[in-house]
Design a protein around this ligand. Structure first.
Ligand code: HMG
Length: 390
């Protein structure tokens, strides 16, 4: 039985900051962000977007054409949670009017958690092939104004329907994974912004990649030539370029130059370069970017996937692209979403960034900005109020 991704969609904020604007403000050469970090624009969420609205807007689209009565689980992956107890997926379950016989849970392990969501969803579907599971990755990446990580922020959600009818990607059963207790990136409960040891985090990422690949290749017997393309977790796109070089070296592919290696990942960088880090969703945004932008027909070709979450957990896995996969992807809508965004100047960016919701339970109405169909309209008695627009 094949199990994998039947449908997918991503959603991101209507607003972005061009990194040239940030570079000028911070007194840095724009080339540093554009070229050396590999990011051009970053999504900036207005105050009326949070992980619930990002997720609901992505999931509503992913569920178009899917038999919603068969959704029996929601795995909501995030490290930008809005509540210490209640799973954000329950709000999404209501906003999307899903049937009540559904398991809902929130998963956290930095940027990795979407992948355990996908693997757990596949296991549930294996047990009951009639059922489908909705995996949602949603995050707002925040590092602090003026910090080294600021240019690698972003926001958005990717929703994936996992079922026994994988119209996009059939997952291979083999995976290689790696955990190590490291402090490369973390966010204590009392902070809104992540703390990061940036250069250390890059080294740990590459170590986790090597160790995950080693177990994956030993278990699956697959080697470099088995893969048509590679997708990586992309905190910034230059990281993907470092990752493919590292992997090529581990696989003894020393003859391949930058051009050949970049061709194996390039189409998977396009959307991430314009949206920024989605944390839990970055790998899956890269997969969508690859499938929607590659000219070559990838039907029946194997794609390698590497998921990384600081702290850290890495996982190397793979899947085979389904026949006629392009018809299952909302390509035009994704392109329009990115194309039709509104650029912010620095003042508007820092205003959005600094907007603080009350923490004393007082009623607060959030000014209306451009969002998708779902928005956070305010707070009352410590409860978030979500609005569904017609
Ligand atoms: P930085 O302080 O900007 O580093 O931090 P830098 O000064 O070394 O500059 C970076 C590159 O820009 C260098 O090139 C410089 O030479 C170049 P490289 O040596 O890499 O080729 N540069 C210039 N280029 C052109 N013109 C100039 C110029 N000046 C310098 N004038 C860092 C960079 C990525 C560390 C920072 O942005 C950061 O801390 N980001 C956040 C952490 C991160 O993304 N880590 C990645 C691995 S961890 C991960 O992926 C997990 C994560 O997603 C979180 C989760 O799991 O939840 C982050």
């Amino acid at each position: 039985m094949k199990i994998g991704i039947e449908a997918t969609s991503f959603y991101s904020s209507h607003y972005y900051l061009d990194l040239k604007t940030l570079a000028i403000q911070r007194g840095v050469e724009p080339e540093k962000f554009y070229h050396s970090i590999g990011q051009e624009k970053m999504a900036v969420p207005p105050p009326d977007e949070d992980v619930v609205t990002l997720a609901a807007n992505a999931a509503e689209q992913a569920l178009q054409g899917v038999d919603r009565e068969r959704i029996e689980a929601i795995f909501f992956a995030t490290e930008s949670g809005i509540d210490q107890s209640k799973a954000a997926g329950i709000y999404v379950h209501r906003l999307l009017d899903l049937q009540p016989h559904c398991r809902v849970v929130e998963l956290k392990q930095a940027c990795y958690s979407g992948t355990i969501g996908v693997q757990a969803a596949a296991a549930l579907v294996h047990r009951n092939p009639e059922s489908k599971a909705l995996v949602i990755t949603a995050d707002v990446a925040r590092y602090g104004l003026g910090s080294a990580g600021e240019s690698t922020q972003g926001a958005g959600a990717v929703a994936l329907v996992v079922s026994a009818n994988p119209k996009i990607l059939a997952l291979d059963p083999e995976a290689g994974y790696y955990t190590q207790d490291v402090m490369d990136f973390w966010r204590p409960n009392y902070r809104d912004e992540a703390l990061v040891d940036g250069k250390h985090s890059v080294r740990v990422y590459l170590r986790a990649l090597g160790a995950s690949w080693e177990q994956y290749s030993r278990r699956s017997g697959r080697t470099w030539p088995d893969f048509a393309r590679f997708c990586f977790h992309l905190p910034f796109t230059r990281m993907g370029e470092q990752a493919i070089r590292h992997l090529a070296k581990n696989c003894g592919q020393t003859d391949l130059g930058d051009k050949e290696l970049n061709a194996l990942i390039g189409d998977g960088l396009i959307y991430n370069r314009l949206v920024g880090n989605l944390y839990s969703g970055s790998l899956y945004l890269s997969l969508i970017s690859l499938l929607e932008n590659t000219q070559e027909n990838l039907e029946n070709k194997r794609i390698a996937l590497f998921s990384y979450g600081s702290g850290c957990v890495g996982e190397f896995f793979s899947g085979v692209v389904a026949p006629e996969y392009r018809q299952a992807l909302p390509i035009e809508r994704h392109r329009a979403l990115i194309r039709d965004r509104q650029e912010l100047d620095y003042t508007a960016y820092s205003r959005f960034y600094s907007y603080a919701l009350p923490t004393d339970g007082s009623t607060n109405k959030i000014p209306e900005n451009e969002t998708g169909r779902f928005r956070l309209s305010g707070l009352s008695q410590h409860q978030r109020i979500y609005e569904k627009r017609s």
